[in-house]
Design a protein around this ligand. Structure first.
Ligand code: UDP
Length: 218
């Protein structure tokens, strides 16, 4: 047997992305089962009409080429699993909905999950295992690092740089930068839901509110 496909993570994120993965394969004219992989499972089971196994069971399946979308919102876990898959010769799989729009010169690394109504416009670079949830957009000339996560309806305007492992909450709006001075969201920063980000955010901090301000740790 040759190819098999799977979604890693059978919780909220995975169950929401499975229909996207199904329509992705259908669009490409590929008829194949898609497994769920979840390490909580101790035996083969069935979830939303799909076989569900743990990673050891998946590894034992007799296919030459295995493609896995990591559908887990926590970016540190995504990275850990991505390394495990790469070491085991499993391919990172990218999926996008039928109505996802991707415009010109988008350079996107493997492992992306682009949900329904996502728009990626032109001249954009995106790193590994990007998650763009429902209705999010990325405007022109943005540079997005590895393992970045967008909750639903993130408005990422032009000339913004988002570094690795940043998390952008639901409905956040990020002001556009300029070609000489992009607005930068630092590595591992968290932008709270509904935040209106008007200036660069340092690495590792959480910002909330309008205009977004750093949330001090108590
Ligand atoms: N999980 C896993 N292997 C890991 C880490 C996580 O199979 O090494 C699974 C975990 O059992 C859970 C899912 O990934 O079912 C993560 O789900 P969670 O509810 O934390 O968040 P979601 O990413 O779906 O929003």
């Amino acid at each position: 047997m040759t190819k098999i496909y799977a979604i890693y993570g059978a919780s909220g994120c995975g169950r929401s992305l499975m229909p996207v993965a199904r329509e992705h394969l259908t669009r490409l004219g590929i008829q194949s089962r898609i497994y769920f992989i979840d390490d909580r499972l101790t035996e083969v089971t069935e979830l939303n009409g799909h076989p569900a196994v743990n990673y050891h069971m998946f590894k034992a399946l007799p296919y030459t080429n295995k493609f896995v979308l990591i559908a887990i919102a926590n970016s540190q876990i995504r990275e850990k699993i991505a390394h495990r898959l790469e070491n085991d010769g499993v391919h990172l799989w990218s999926v996008q909905a039928n109505n996802t729009i991707i415009m010109d010169h988008v350079d996107m690394a493997e492992g992306a999950a682009l949900s329904p109504f996502v728009t990626i416009t032109s001249n954009i670079k995106i790193g590994k295992c990007f998650h763009a949830n429902l209705y999010s957009y990325v405007e022109h000339d943005c540079v997005i690092g590895d393992y970045v996560t967008f909750a639903p309806s993130v408005k990422c305007n032009g000339n913004i740089h988002i570094e690795d492992h940043a998390y952008i909450g639901t409905g956040a709006v990020i002001k556009q930068g300029t070609p000489d001075k992009p607005l930068v969201i630092g590595k591992g920063a968290i932008v709270g839901m509904g935040a209106v980000v008007t200036k660069s955010v340092p690495p590792g901090v959480t910002v909330v509110g309008n205009p977004a301000r750093i949330l001090e740790k108590r």
